[in-house]
Design a protein around this ligand. Structure first.
Ligand code: S3P
Length: 437
């Protein structure tokens, strides 16, 4: 994909359904007796992988455009072949929790990127609950031999991961007793807790007062009844538009009906601390998730509220920004004091090594970047130069560097840009609809 610099961003966009919430909507619907209708289901390839796996498990799925009808009559059935999760770590880790509680065995596999991702984080607790998981030294394919009922456990997450939390909450639905999950390294997105509550499951949530740790629990076995879900626009997809509009002077952009779950929106707070003009209106709850409109105005001098020193993203804030860190690094090249990211080792374990990919692409554009094992540092504001960039097959890298290309001097080319379809197939069309040159 060739991308020319932009003058500003102007207009209104409405984004496809949130990927994280869509996965959860159909996974939970697949456990609920009856017919559940999911509106504004994500158009991502990742969520299509979840639907394909559920079909293989005997769930009836009818998809008309962005609406999906999930019908379940009784229980899941043993699949005739391996379940292909494609590129989707969420599909594999969340489905593993459900499979652990079945009375059959199933194998989860995926593409080359997914086959290299760490699964010990779910294997260990699922085995504590009584399932057996055969892996390739902690990596996929995973053969899951379910056990019914599972043993409830109390478990402190060793990594801040919503996928692991979800895996265990879903397994907890099939346990006899109380499964409790503690998050002490950072409170991750809570869409599963909200979705399960929406479907009528009694989920307990206790947060410490200063919100540095949280515990959620489910007492199984839990029977769920079918329910309708409307999925809000994807906040993570919105961040690319928000950053571009905030950084291009004269921009005015409105994003309607986007998910504003506070466990996802740290990016707004961070951009505001850099002086971005962001307004939120029309907030409401829809299907147990906060939704609203985000309005962004471009600033002439991003970082004007900074005192010239670098801002540092670390600790729990880094965990809350995990999907936005490559984009934030791009933003960091436009702030006077630069930007430091630490405590983000998890980024190396995503669809690609996102620290290495970000550093290489930023250097190709002329930014001065130092790479750390757990992050990176951008020394100071850089005039980005158009360059040949690589997506490394990672959707968020492709989209973050599309934003960088809009800010650059001269044209850029992004190789492997088609991978944006993993989360947001309409990304380039949607971007072009609001870019002014
Ligand atoms: C997700 C959780 C995060 C995130 C991923 C989606 C989810 O992964 O990076 O894009 O929907 O639960 P981890 O749980 O591995 O941090």
């Amino acid at each position: 994909m060739k991308i020319s610099p932009a003058r500003r961003i102007k207009g209104k966009v409405r984004l496809p359904g949130d990927k994280s919430i869509s996965h959860r909507a159909v996974l939970v619907a697949a456990l609920a007796n009856g017919e559940s209708h999911v509106q504004n289901f994500s158009t991502s390839q990742d969520c299509a992988s979840t639907l394909a796996c559920l079909r293989e498990l005997g769930v009836s799925i009818e998809r008309k455009g962005n609406d999906v009808c999930v019908a379940v009559n009784g229980s899941l059935r043993a699949p005739a072949k391996s379940l292909d999760c494609g590129n989707s770590g969420s599909t594999m880790r969340m489905l593993a929790g459900i499979l652990a509680g079945q009375d059959f065995a199933a194998t989860l596999t995926g593409d080359n990127s997914l086959q290299s991702r760490p699964m010990k984080r779910i294997i260990e607790p699922l085995e504590m609950m009584g399932a057996r998981v055969v892996s390739q030294q902690g990596r996929p394919p995973l053969r899951i031999e379910g056990h019914r009922p599972l043993e409830p456990i109390t478990y402190e997450l060793p990594v801040a991961s919503a996928q692991v939390k979800t895996c265990l909450l879903l397994a907890g639905l099939f346990a006899n007793g109380r499964t409790e999950i503690r998050e002490t390294l950072g409170i991750t997105r809570d869409h599963t807790e909200r979705m399960l509550q929406w479907f009528g499951a009694p989920i307990e949530i206790v947060q410490t007062r200063e919100k540095r740790s949280s515990t959620c629990a489910v007492v199984g076995p839990v029977g769920l009844a079918a329910h309708g879900v409307r999925v809000p626009g994807d906040f993570s997809s919105a961040t690319f538009f928000i950053a571009a509009a905030a950084l291009l002077p004269g921009s005015e952009l409105e994003i309607e009906a986007v998910g504003l779950n506070p466990t996802r929106t740290q990016f707004l707070a961070t951009l505001r601390s850099l002086g971005a003009k962001i307004e939120i209106t029309a907030t409401r709850e829809d299907c147990n998730e906060p939704v609203g409109t985000v309005r962004i105005q471009g600033t002439d001098s991003p970082g004007e509220m900074q005192d010239g020193s670098a801002i540092t993203i670390e600790g729990q804030v880094a965990a809350r920004l995990i999907d936005e860190l490559p984009l934030l690094a791009v933003v960091g090249t436009q702030t006077p004091g630069g930007l430091v990211i630490r405590d983000a080792r998890e980024l190396r374990l995503k669809e690609t090594d996102r620290i290495a990919a970000t550093v290489k692409n930023l250097r190709a554009m002329g930014a001065q970047v130092e790479e750390y094992e757990d992050g990176l540092a951008i020394a100071r504001r850089a005039r980005l130069q158009g360059a040949r960039l690589d997506s490394y097959g990672d959707h968020r890298i492709a989209m973050a560097f599309s934003v960088a290309a809009l800010l650059a001097e001269g044209d850029s080319e992004i190789f492997g840009s088609e991978c944006v379809a993993i989360s947001f197939p309409e990304f380039f069309d949607c971007l072009e609809s609001v870019v002014e040159r």
